[in-house]
Write a protein that binds this ligand. Structure first.
Ligand code: AMP
Length: 415
């Protein structure tokens, strides 16, 4: 079923959203992007004459009630954005009465799903090494099903619009779908857009395809780097992982971030790129700093010859040119992870050069997908969100989708 075809009039829809928004110390929302992302789906259901039961997680309360992560803090903001006074169910597993009482056009927000360990379905308080672990795990899986069944009992149909958690097989993101037949479960608009964006990058690839992978470590990105190797024409590796590659090739990297146990892996990636005819672009120079701080002294040095006591915190000017060359004529672009410590204003230059080249390519007709919290933060810091094709709301979920993994949240609906 699709959200456009379903007849919501007179129906109760339980919608999994990602309202895991950042809050300040006073419980005020500091970035409402995620709430705004779910609005098209929520408004469509209300406009069609349905009622809404909204469910989400917030933070990591680890299966326990914790006021710091209560969704009651966002009731007013959601009410304001939907233009409807949102009711609140303080216990998500005991909301049957409140759900049953909902009239068409009304909205009920359930308390944080992760106040129950059943949501994530991991046994609590028992070590994986414990002989009783498997038994505890099976017991938890059984109660997870019961929990999902309870949530499902509140509604006539299920909509999943939480891409950020689509790579998790949680009660509300996947297990719940078993309690609805195919005609009564569907993806929300945000999910549909995310799936489409991934398909634009991986499905019918327009070439050249340039992927830019940055961030701090190669170890956390290896799955996606290997998968991309079969698809891209140009692969730019930047950010902290540059120095693991420089060291692996015999360079000296001072006190730069470097994964000593991943040197062989780096050489393996270089060899694979060569074998597959992928143009692997690695930094040749960098902005080295004498301290991990915005006000550190800096010098431009070769990326493989960093003086003792100095560390590479950003891509250098020659590297930026190389990156721009590999990006500006591309027709498909994927960017995940910054080229430097962009949180410090003085080390944003490499990431800005990437963002500028992406904007230029996009203006010339490329499809550009930006994903992962930090690259999105970069694009927003530069005020360039409207100069790229699509900004994904998923970090881990996007990477897993691009790695070619089937996301449980999508499989549960699409089969
Ligand atoms: P990740 O979470 O792996 O995507 O990495 C993002 C983080 O990598 C950001 O917080 C950046 O500050 C950091 N980063 C990027 N380049 C470097 C670098 N050269 N040295 C240390 N950290 C870096």
């Amino acid at each position: 079923m699709t959200i456009d075809n379903y007849k919501f009039a007179g129906k109760k829809a339980i919608v999994r959203v990602d309202f895991n928004v950042p809050l300040d110390d006073n419980g005020k929302i500091t970035d409402d992007t995620r709430i705004r992302g779910a609005l098209p789906t929520l408004k469509k259901i209300l406009a069609d004459g349905g009622s809404l039961i909204i469910m989400s997680h917030m933070g990591k309360p680890k299966g326990k009630v914790n006021a710091k992560y209560s969704l009651s803090q966002i009731v007013d903001a959601v009410s304001e954005k939907l233009g409807v006074t949102v009711k609140f169910a303080p216990d998500c597993a005991k909301a049957a009465e409140a759900a049953a009482a909902l009239k068409d056009g009304e909205v009920l927000l359930l308390e944080n799903l992760r106040f129950y360990p059943e949501e994530e379905g991991k046994p609590v308080g028992i070590d994986k090494e414990d002989p009783a672990y498997n038994e505890a795990k099976n017991a938890m899986k059984a109660s997870q099903k019961e929990f999902a069944k309870t949530l499902a009992s509140y509604a006539d149909c299920y909509v999943n619009d939480a891409f950020g958690t689509a790579h998790r097989k949680h009660a509300s993101t996947a297990v719940i779908a078993d309690y609805f037949d195919a005609d009564n479960k569907m993806l929300g608009y945000l999910m549909e857009k995310e799936v489409q964006a991934v398909d634009n990058v991986l499905g019918n690839i327009k070439r050249p395809f340039t992927a830019i992978m940055g961030g701090s470590k190669v170890s956390t990105k290896i799955g996606i780097i290997e998968n991309l190797m079969d698809k891209v024409d140009n692969l730019i590796l930047c950010g902290g992982m540059t120095y693991t590659f420089a060291k692996a090739q015999g360079g000296t990297v001072g006190k730069s971030i470097c994964e000593e146990d991943k040197l062989d892996l780096a050489l393996d990636i270089i060899a694979k790129a060569k074998a597959k005819g992928v143009n692997l672009v690695l930094g040749i120079d960098c902005v080295a700093a004498d301290d991990f701080s915005n006000d550190a002294n800096t010098q431009i040095v070769p990326a493989n010859n960093i003086p003792e006591g100095w560390e590479g915190l950003d891509a250098g000017p020659e590297t930026r040119k190389l990156f721009a060359e590999a990006i500006k004529d591309a027709k498909t672009i994927l960017w995940n992870g910054p080229a430097g410590v962009f949180e410090f204003d003085n080390f944003t230059g490499g990431s800005k050069a990437i963002a500028d080249a992406i904007a230029e390519a996009t203006a010339n007709g490329a499809f550009s997908l930006i994903g992962g919290g930090d690259s999105v933060a970069c694009i927003n810091k530069f005020g360039m969100a409207d100069k790229v094709s699509y900004i994904s709301t998923g970090g881990g979920a996007l990477l897993e989708a691009i790695e070619g993994k089937v996301l449980p949240g999508i499989a549960a609906i699409k089969g």
